[in-house]
Design a binder for this molecule. Structure first.
Ligand SMILES: Nc1ncnc2c1ncn2[C@@H]1O[C@H](COP(=O)(O)OP(=O)(O)OP(=O)(O)O)[C@@H](O)[C@H]1O
Length: 486
């Protein structure tokens, strides 16, 4: 195994790191200042380095820049006091591989070193510097390691891959990685969310159109298939693709040609197609809403991303990653989770998966009052504090998880004002259930829901459920009417 060099003027840090690396069977060599390390680098290079930022003589940042300029693929982990965000940002800008805030956890340091050593090997086969631009994919859970291995195995192929997993579980990130590690890496990566585009526009989005093909087509336009030429086309939410387009897509995949909307000359499609879905495509095939032949075309290889709640071991690292990333983006001090807050993070179910975790971290970076995030700072739904203590457990799975998933999807699709139709839907469902329960007796239903009769009457009207055969239309509010809508 390649050696790791430690550069720090503090002998106790050198000692702790040497010992931890030694225990992990990683050979280490220490330097008390950056100049000595630079001299040694001229003769030989280690697999990775860990350096402090504040040192007498050549400081860590200057050292990092020097190393970047001469040995751009050598991964460098930077240690610094965690409040020192400017330095962290500067370290990343100077090409640091990772940033290790002080005081650091020794196991975390060793884990980082292992990753740095592994990435060094990978960097050697990539274009110089390319690894710096890649979004980091975090995943030490066995299921994620399996996905990484698959990406490696597929790296010389152009085969179609179907990526499955719940919304927000990282499907697009994996698609990008498949592209980057493929013979088409030099070409474009074009993503399109088929569910987010109205059916009538999707065809021209995918295949382009000729001038005058339809009203408003004032000029011809390249579709995504042409934009992705030489590269990869990522079709997200493939399960929602309308039937007519499924047929067109199948044709492109089977004979490699397509026509622009309004066009007569066949176009050659030089793309690798990666598709993703959060739905059960086999079930859609069975019920006849997804073409079986298309399914088999897309499903040559399948990669499944488990939901975050099935890889909880990755949660703390993901949280640290997103807290640091949002602090850098928002140019504010980095937050860390208190041990109790981290425990809540790890135990929670994350219906919106990694995307939701990322959003919560961004929210905490702005909203948490102190540098260390406490349990009380967490969003109420995570700590269950908005639940009534006697709230019974519901049968048939957590409906809020499903609702959150729906909301996540619709927000991801760029929708706005989703409460406008979801709230009435919510009320309508409760009303219908209550009316069923009371065999159509409105007053009783209102009472059971906690609404007064007037509110119920108004709601029935608003929701278009007013049949006009009211049993209690006297308009006198009952004492139990405590609706906030009144
Ligand atoms: N393992 C991971 N490590 C780091 N970041 C991740 C990881 N997985 C997902 N993310 C981040 O979480 C966010 C959501 O991921 P992504 O868009 O890939 O999910 P998705 O499954 O494609 O979602 P959807 O089905 O809703 O389109 C992105 O910002 C992505 O960078």
């Amino acid at each position: 195994m390649s050696a790791v060099w430690i550069i720090d003027d503090d002998p106790s840090i050198r000692w702790v790191l040497e010992k931890a690396l030694g225990n992990a069977q990683i050979p280490a060599r220490s330097f008390a200042d950056a100049d000595a390390a630079l001299h040694a680098l001229a003769r030989e290079q280690p697999g990775a380095m860990i350096t402090d930022l504040r040192m007498p003589g050549l400081d860590g940042l200057a050292f990092l820049r020097e190393v970047q300029a001469q040995w751009p693929r050598l991964p460098v982990i930077v240690i610094t006091a965690h409040s020192d965000l400017d330095n962290a940002v500067a370290a990343f800008q100077s090409g640091a591989f990772e940033y290790l805030p002080k005081p650091f956890d020794v196991d975390e340091a060793v884990g980082l070193v292992r990753r740095a050593l592994a990435s060094g090997g990978e960097a050697a086969v990539n274009a110089p510097g390319a690894e710096r631009e890649q979004a980091e994919i975090i995943g030490e859970a066995p299921a994620m390691q399996e996905v990484f291995r698959a990406i490696g195995r597929l790296s010389r192929s152009q085969i179609n891959v179907l990526i499955t997993g719940e919304s927000g579980s990282g499907k697009e990130l994996i698609a990008q990685a498949l592209h980057r590690h493929s013979p088409r890496a030099g070409g474009p990566f074009i993503a399109i969310n088929t569910a987010a585009i109205p059916a009538e526009l999707l065809e021209s989005e995918l295949f382009g159109h000729e001038k005058g093909a339809f009203t408003g087509a004032v000029s011809s336009r390249l579709g995504r298939f042409e934009q992705a030429a030489g590269g990869t086309l990522f079709l997200d939410e493939i399960g929602d693709m309308p039937a007519a387009l499924q047929t067109r897509l199948l044709r492109v995949l089977s004979d490699g040609t397509f026509y622009r909307v309004g066009g007569h000359a066949p176009q050659r499609a030089d793309v690798r197609v990666l598709a993703a879905t959060h739905q059960d495509l086999e079930a859609k095939v069975r019920e006849g809403s997804f073409r079986e032949d298309l399914f088999h075309r897309l499903n040559v290889i399948r990669l499944h991303l488990p939901p975050l709640r099935e890889r909880r071991e990755d949660i703390p690292r993901l949280a640290r990653h997103f807290l640091l990333e949002s602090a850098i983006k928002l140019e504010v001090e980095r937050k860390i989770l208190s041990p109790a807050a981290e425990a809540v993070f790890t135990a929670w179910n994350w219906p919106g998966n990694v995307r939701q975790l990322e959003n919560v971290c961004r929210w905490l970076t702005v909203m948490a009052p102190t540098a260390e995030v406490q349990v009380t700072d967490l969003p109420a739904e995570m700590t269950g504090m908005e639940r009534r203590p006697s709230a019974p457990e519901y049968e048939g799975g957590d409906w809020r998880e499903r609702l959150a998933r729906l909301a996540t999807q619709r927000l991801a699709a760029g929708e706005e004002g989703i409460l406008n139709d979801l709230l009435p839907l919510f009320e309508r469902t409760l009303l219908e259930t209550a009316l069923q329960h009371t065999q159509g007796h409105k007053q009783d239903a209102a009472h059971k829901l906690g609404w007064g009769r007037n509110t119920l009457t108004r709601k029935l009207k608003e929701l278009g459920m007013d049949t006009g055969s009211g049993d209690d239309e006297d308009g006198i509010p009952s004492p139990s009417d405590h609706s906030p809508g009144k």
